[in-house]
Design a binder for this molecule. Structure first.
Ligand code: HEM
Length: 502
């Protein structure tokens, strides 16, 4: 970390009644900004203003004007999560909480309230709880996981493929991770519209959020009790029987963390990648050139739109310095992947692709680094791949500017992703997702390794279409050899291989 000299602001002073005339302590330019209300309509823009005004670590106000730091620098975020001697995730030392500034009905209370879960624990207790979670995760067989994911993609696409239109958030991205997580946890029968709705409702914090939460907690409590009585071969049984000896409450709470954190993050990721593949000219250009595989598109999305924009929170265990700011013992700091990933020090050119570079902050780092990232990536990879195999002519059914997001400090969720395509027949869910022979043109995106250059044509637009219209027919030229060092073959190439039986 290379600390810089920025305006020094003690959070002790971040009250609602700053000393008159002090620019660093007043609301507005050069002073404090609220991460809520009208000023925070566009959090991305606000973070950039904060970076200009304060540098890598900025003082902000949460709801009820509770003081907080937001960490904007890539290096500073990494330093914080990797320094457990200086920063903890245990909110019980947070000064505004101890001083009664945070009311019990504070909107961030579900994130703030300490719970006996690995996310809030540290030291030996963290090792014990996290050890049980990672121990249970390592028992997951990735081949069967990939089979489950593929099967659910088939089930979901079958629900709308004959209609010729769909909302890929409500009908796909919001469902696939929940279906897979229910399967992993050992409660496939609980998967359905009801649990998806309950999780979404809970995350939105609507007036029915408490009963939705209760619905999920009850389902997980029942599952934990059943597996305690009779273990099976699933994540929950391995969690229950792990030598760490988790109590019933600990088991239920960790099932909840895993289900909800995994669900929300993966649903956001899947929706973001689908949107990017459908709309982003950088991807179109690269995909047409055949250099961008779906896993690379997923990684680029983890840089550009991390599924958790910010994680509440880390707390200073002692007086320290971060990004040129003096941090007091008991101060709270938001770990913020969204602004950290676009820090100009690591990404001077945001349009440059980050191919092969996985050093983004989307999965955190240090002792609390996400243990489920391979599962999240697998759901997104297969989810995008399978959808494109089934609906290769899928295209956005609205102007990109008309897409809506719901945004909070924690995440940015695409509300809807309307698409259209030629109606397709259903497929056997046990089959590999594929293209039924269709004879219409493909649109101008292509996911995969290089396809041959089209023959020169009089009409450039027609040539571009031809290059990617590749019908699933034997006369299609054999794709060019994969470049040396190429990663996993793209969807189209794998489809061709499968089609030709090699
Ligand atoms: C794209 C998908 C995902 C993203 C972006 C994501 C991101 C994150 C982040 C940012 C953290 C917090 C790191 C910190 O506190 O510093 C985290 C923690 C965690 N994630 Fe994930 N996650 C994803 C999927 C999953 C999945 C699929 C699972 C489980 C199957 C999972 C389980 C957990 C657990 C248990 C923790 C707490 C770890 C600890 O505190 O030691 N996540 N994740």
């Amino acid at each position: 970390m290379t600390p810089e000299s920025h305006t020094t602001t003690d959070t002790d002073d971040l009250g609602v009644s700053p000393p008159p005339g002090c620019p660093a302590h007043s609301l507005g330019p050069g002073g404090l900004h609220r991460l809520y209300g009208p000023e925070a309509q566009d959090l991305g823009a606000l973070y950039e203003r904060l970076r200009t005004e304060h540098g890598a670590v900025a003082p902000v106000l949460l709801h009820d004007d509770v003081p907080m730091w937001v960490v904007l620098g890539h290096a500073e975020n990494l330093h914080m999560v990797r320094s457990p001697a200086q920063f903890t995730r245990d909110s019980r030392i947070w000064s505004p909480l101890l001083e009664g500034m945070v009311k019990p009905d504070h909107p961030l209370m579900p994130h703030i309230a300490w719970q006996p879960i690995c996310s809030h624990a540290e030291g030996d207790e963290h090792l014990r709880l996290r050890g049980a979670v990672t121990g249970a995760l390592t028992t997951i067989d990735f081949r069967s996981l990939r089979r489950h994911i593929t099967r659910y993609t088939q089930i979901l696409v079958n629900r709308f493929c004959e209609a010729g239109e769909a909302d890929l958030v409500g009908q796909y991205a919001d469902h696939l991770p929940m279906a897979v997580m229910c399967e992993i946890l050992g409660m496939p029968d609980e998967y359905g519209d009801r649990i998806v709705h309950a999780a979404r409702d809970m995350l939105k914090g609507t007036e029915t959020a408490i009963s939705s939460n209760q619905y999920i907690v009850d389902a997980l409590g029942r599952l934990a009790a059943q597996r305690r009585a009779q273990p099976e071969e699933d994540f929950t049984s391995h969690l229950v029987t792990h030598p760490a000896g988790l109590t019933d409450d600990e088991v239920r709470e960790h099932l909840r963390v895993v289900l909800i954190a995994a669900y929300e993050a993966t649903a956001n990721l899947l929706a973001n990648v689908l949107r990017t593949v459908l709309t982003d000219p950088r991807f179109r250009a690269q995909l047409n050139g055949g250099q961008m595989t779906v896993p690379e598109a997923v990684e680029q999305s983890l840089w550009d739109e991390p599924p958790f924009s910010a994680v509440f929170a880390y707390f200073a265990k002692q007086e320290t310095e971060l990004g040129g700011q003096r941090i007091r013992k008991g101060d709270g700091l938001l770990f913020a992947p969204a602004p950290g990933n676009v820090d100009p020090k690591v990404r001077p050119d945001l349009t440059a692709n980050m191919q092969g570079n996985r050093s983004h902050l989307a999965f955190g780092g240090g002792p609390h680094e996400c243990p489920g990232q391979d599962i999240g990536r697998a759901i997104a990879d297969i989810g995008v791949d399978a959808l494109l195999m089934r609906l290769p002519d899928v295209e956005l059914d609205c102007d990109e500017e008309d897409l809506d997001w719901s945004e909070s400090i924690a995440s940015r969720h695409l509300v809807e992703l309307p698409v259209r395509f030629e109606p397709k027949p259903q497929q056997d869910v046990m089959e590999k997702p594929g293209l039924q022979p269709v004879h219409h043109r493909r649109t101008n995106w292509q996911v995969g390794t290089p396809v041959p250059e089209p023959a020169p044509a009089a009409e450039p637009a027609a040539a571009a279409d031809q290059a990617v219209t590749a019908p699933a027919a034997p006369q299609q030229p054999v794709p060019a050899a994969e470049p040396v060092g190429a990663r996993r073959p793209g969807a189209w190439q794998r489809f061709l291989r499968w089609w030709r039986g090699y």
